[in-house]
Design a protein around this ligand. Structure first.
Ligand SMILES: Cc1cc2nc3c(=O)[nH]c(=O)nc-3n(C[C@H](O)[C@H](O)[C@H](O)COP(=O)(O)OP(=O)(O)OC[C@H]3O[C@@H](n4cnc5c(N)ncnc54)[C@H](O)[C@@H]3O)c2cc1C
Length: 264
């Protein structure tokens, strides 16, 4: 995968623009000249609402650099795993954030990591209940097609706040048979881990002991291939997704059982 990380991200941005014009269909792109038939980095716009203003209901500060912002739902329909763009009202800058709440919750939530020097994440961190945010969405195809099929097993692989869409799935579809593999630097980044049954939540911690595995998710997955038939989701940073994608393919996971969403 070397050399393909940044093109992947640019492809995502290109896909975003292309789908805007086409009205939204799955976007296919290539990784090292191999068609990647399943990475769903597109934004389907059929249900997106533009230019909305939602009030902040609550902010949960989980660590110094991560928080959950809860905003009004205002009856906007969304499918678990989709994202929206948010920004402080009137700032003129929005960024994408994945749904953290469930489909049926009467609010939206977003799990945000504060990026040092970042424009939007730092502004959102200062939000207080009653403040307003600009909202466009929902967008995206990083969803579960048949969440109620009991025969399906899911492996949800994330780094950092990439766990957000998985919490959205799990809240929306309580019967899902899933395992999360969560890569973090420190245990404090295992955000709201009590919500996941311990047997379904595996931590890969790079900078301290105390997790289930000391090291990166890619190292873990090299040693722990998913059971045949498992549907694998990847979410987080570009480098992790590119590396993990190749590892899973080498383990024999078919392309049509791999889905990915790149955050940065
Ligand atoms: C589909 C999609 C869903 C996303 N969902 C989430 C989400 O649920 N939660 C969340 O926190 N972010 C999410 N992001 C990332 C988010 O959109 C912003 O990029 C992020 O909040 C930084 O924005 P900013 O304006 O603060 O920083 P900027 O001013 O845009 O960027 C500063 C720099 O930091 C880099 N950067 C961006 N994100 C990170 C990061 N997480 N860690 C380290 N460096 C980074 C950027 O590439 C840029 O170079 C998502 C992105 C996409 C494309």
């Amino acid at each position: 995968m070397s050399g393909s990380h940044f093109p992947l991200y640019r492809h995502y941005r290109a896909a975003h623009a292309a789908v805007d014009k086409s009205g939204g269909s799955r976007y296919h792109f290539t990784m090292q000249n191999t068609p990647v038939d399943v990475l769903t980095l597109t934004h389907a716009h059929a249900t997106a609402r533009l230019g909305l203003v939602h009030r902040v209901l609550r902010v949960r500060h989980l660590t110094e650099a991560a928080f959950v912002v809860r905003i009004e739902r205002n009856d906007v329909p969304a499918t678990a795993g989709q994202c929206a763009t948010l920004g402080v009202h009137g700032s003129g800058i929005n960024r994408e954030y994945s749904m953290y709440a469930g489909e049926l919750d009467d609010y939206f939530e977003f799990l945000v990591r504060v990026v040092e020097g970042g424009q939007v994440s730092t502004e959102l961190q200062r939000c207080q209940p009653g403040d307003q945010v600009d909202f466009d969405g929902p967008y995206g195809q990083f969803i579960i097609e048949q969440p109620r099929d009991p025969a399906r097993k899911y492996l949800f692989i994330a780094t950092g706040v990439g766990i957000a869409p998985y919490r959205s799935y799990i809240r929306s579809y309580p019967q899902l048979d899933y395992t999360i593999v969560h890569g973090v630097r420190h245990l404090s980044e295992c955000y709201e881990r009590d919500e996941y049954p311990p047997a379904r939540y595996r931590t890969c911690v790079t900078r301290e002991d105390g997790g289930d595995f000391r090291g990166r998710v890619s190292d873990y997955l090299r040693k722990q291939p998913p059971a045949p038939g498992t549907i694998c989701y990847l979410c987080g940073n570009n480098a992790m997704i590119a590396e993990t994608y190749d590892i899973l393919r080498a383990h024999g996971v078919p392309g049509d059982q791999l889905f990915a969403e790149i955050f940065f």
